[in-house]
Structures are given as structure tokens and as C-alpha cells.
Write a protein that binds this ligand. Structure first.
Ligand code: PMP
Length: 357
């Protein structure tokens, strides 16, 4: 820290992203990316023609992409907001919809960025414990009178709450924004996008980083009543109107056109998830019931930290979180069936080594 940083940020603890090793080839199952490449249409669209126009600014309104998303999700373009990854939308939401009086509430075990944004904007926040079975108790958020932020499915558990439970939260907090983070919804979850037509306080956030294989392009979007979208646009135009670059816009448009390709991949990933979960259970792991592209698992024989370290030594990266309540678990991204075979083979070796020790 230099002597120039405002004292406002002296205590700020920044988010720690998952490892992105640049030195060694790992079987990379630690940051919930898709194991499948972008569609051939995407690769074609980010062509020499588009790169040849990089001397020009992109369309700050993202009109074409908004129209395509609106058509796909059955809403109007004014109900769509685009951003540089969905992290940007989370950032804007804490900035726009919270303050010292209007705090935020979210689950204690969830996406680790939520408390960082709360801290960044000095927003008082309540972090609600999960139930014993690691599910979110929607009743904790009913009538709470704060911005509610729920990842659905939740991360890192992969478990979801129902649409009727979300509706209860919306109905009981008419003066506050309810942000439902659907980063992982396409792998078997249920989206609440339809409810945005009924509730002007609902902000649904999604991303191209997971099911649409574009984590490296940084593209996120939100769907909501046009009032909330206008608020987000105001913040965007007060910070960085060109926050989505030309290549990413082109990639996003082509990705929506190849929706069938991504749906097929998501279905493949869901199938691989179920198979992997049952194989892990046979090895003695507890696997939470996930509808996402990752599973949260706990060994009956090894500490979470040990599983993470030993797998890393064997060239497989998974994610371990130090938080006390989940320290026994590791989060494993679902890769290709071949990657899962390697994971299971290495885990079996580790367990065998443990027994022999
Ligand atoms: N929400 C959740 C729950 C996530 O896990 C992530 C990915 N780390 C994000 C949002 C942000 O994703 P991106 O910025 O890549 O869209």
C-alpha cells in the first residue's frame, strides 16, 4: 500500500480469483470454465474483418447483441443490460442500489465477491448462515428491507432455491432490489427471468463465461424491468461507456446465434456431472446435489486442503476455500469425461496412498 491510497480503502480485502497458472499444463477444474471451446461461428466472427476495425470504438449501446438476447429470452431490448463480465454488474449494483442506510443481505457461503463489493462501497451487510444441509433458507430474506443477493444455483454448493421461494422474497421486499445471480443456471437450474415482467425490483444477472464458453472474452448481462436497467446504464455511462470491446460484442452475437451448440454442451456437462458424482460417492466422498457445472465434495478420509494439495501435485487443479464451515470440501469444475477420468484416477491413487501410509 502506498501513502497515496485513500484511508477509505485501507481495510479493504480484495477478492482472490482462482489460480490461472501460466507455467504448467494442469487439468484445470478450479474456476468453473467450460471445457468446450467457443462455437465455430464465434471463432469465425472474431475474424480478420473485426480485428481490422479495432481502430474504431465499439457500439457503446451494444444494440445488436441486446436485440439478440431480448429475442432469445422473450423480453425487450430495454430490459437488457450488457457488461464486461457479470462481475461488473454486481459491482454496479452494490454501487447503485445500496448505501449506508440500505444495506445488503446474502448467504454467508456464496460467491466470495459479494462481501468485497459491500466493503468497497461501505455498505453494511448481513451474511446469512446456510441451513444444516447447505441450502439457502429463503425465509431469512423475506421482508429484510435490504438489497438481497442470491446466487441461484448457489456457489460453491451448486444447490438452488425454487422460483416460488424467490417470488416470496420479491413480494416481501418491494422497496429493495433482489439480485438473482444466475451465472450457473444453464446446467440444469431454473431461471427466474420470467418474473422480471411482474416484479420491478428483480435483477437477474447472467454471464457468457460458463455455459457459453467465453470466460476469456468477459461478457455478462442482466435482465430486469427497464427502470433498473436505466439505473445500471447511468452508472455505466458514468464510468466506462465502452466497457465491452468490439471482439467481445462480435463473439457474443455469434454465441447467441449458436445457442443450440451451447445447449448441447451444457447437457453434456450435466450428464458428466451426474456420472462423476456417483463415481465419487463410490470412492467415499460426500457430494452435495448440484445443478451447476461444478460439484462441492468432501472426503471421509482426507482434509479438503490435502485433497487440493495432492491433486495439484498430480497435475489436477481444484478449488479449496479456507472458510471454517467449508474447509473440509473442495469444489470441482465439471470438465470433459476424459478430464473426469483423470480426476478420479488421481483421487483413487491419493486415497490408496493414504490407506497405505
Ligand atoms: N457470479 C458467480 C456466482 C460466479 O461464480 C462468477 C464467476 N466467478 C461470477 C458471477 C462472475 O463471472 P463473470 O464475471 O466471468 O461473468
Amino acid at each position: 500500500m502506498s501513502r497515496f491510497l485513500s484511508p477509505r480503502f485501507a481495510g479493504l480485502e480484495a477478492y482472490t480469483p482462482g489460480e490461472q497458472p501460466q507455467d504448467q499444463q494442469y487439468v484445470k477444474l478450479n474456476t468453473n470454465e467450460s471445457p468446450y471451446p467457443p462455437s465455430p461461428e464465434v471463432l469465425e466472427r472474431i475474424s480478420a474483418a473485426e480485428t481490422g476495425r479495432l481502430n474504431l470504438y465499439p457500439d457503446p449501446t451494444g444494440r445488436v447483441l441486446k436485440e439478440k438476447l431480448a429475442a432469445l429470452y422473450g423480453v425487450e431490448p430495454e430490459n437488457v443490460f450488457l457488461s464486461n463480465g457479470s462481475d461488473d454488474i454486481l459491482n454496479f449494483s452494490f454501487m447503485a442500489f445500496c448505501d449506508a442506510e440500505r444495506g445488503a443481505a446474502f448467504p454467508e457461503i456464496s460467491y466470495g465477491f459479494y462481501p468485497v463489493y459491500a466493503d468497497l462501497y461501505h455498505v453494511p451487510c448481513i451474511q446469512m448462515p446456510l441451513k444444516e444441509d447447505f441450502s439457502v433458507d429463503y425465509r431469512d430474506y423475506c421482508g429484510i428491507g435490504k438489497m438481497v443477493v442470491i446466487a441461484n444455483p448457489n456457489a460453491p454448493t451448486g444447490m438452488e432455491i425454487s422460483i416460488s421461494e424467490i417470488e416470496e422474497i420479491l413480494r416481501s421486499n418491494p422497496q429493495n432490489v433482489v439480485l438473482i445471480d444466475e451465472a450457473y443456471v444453464d446446467f440444469g437450474g431454473t431461471s427466474c427471468v420470467e418474473l422480471t415482467k411482474q416484479y420491478d425490483n428483480l435483477l437477474v444477472v447472467q454471464t457468457f463465461s460458463k455455459s457459453r464458453s467465453l470466460a476469456g472474452a468477459r461478457l455478462g448481462f442482466a435482465i430486469a424491468d427497464k427502470g433498473l436497467i436505466a439505473d445500471l446504464e447511468k452508472i455505466k455511462y458514468s464510468t466506462n461507456p465502452y466497457n465491452i470491446n468490439r471482439l467481445t460484442l462480435a463473439a457474443g452475437e455469434a454465441a447467441i446465434e449458436s445457442d443450440a451448440y451451447y445447449r448441447k454442451n451444457a447437457a453434456k456437462i450435466a450428464k458428466t456431472r451426474e456420472l462423476t458424482a456417483s463415481r465419487l460417492r463410490k470412492l467415499g466422498f460426500i457430494v452435495l446435489p448440484s445443478v451447476a457445472n461444478f460439484i462441492f465434495v468432501k472426503s471421509d478420509a482426507l482434509a479438503g486442503e490435502t485433497v487440493y494439495q495432492e491433486l495439484k501435485k498430480k497435475g489436477v487443479l481444484v478449488r479449496h476455500f479456507g472458510k471454517q464451515k467449508i474447509k473440509d470440501f473442495v469444489r470441482i469444475t465439471i470438465g470433459t469425461p476424459e478430464q473426469m477420468d483423470i480426476l478420479l484416477e488421481k483421487l483413487a491413487e491419493i486415497l490408496k496412498g493414504q490407506k497405505g501410509a
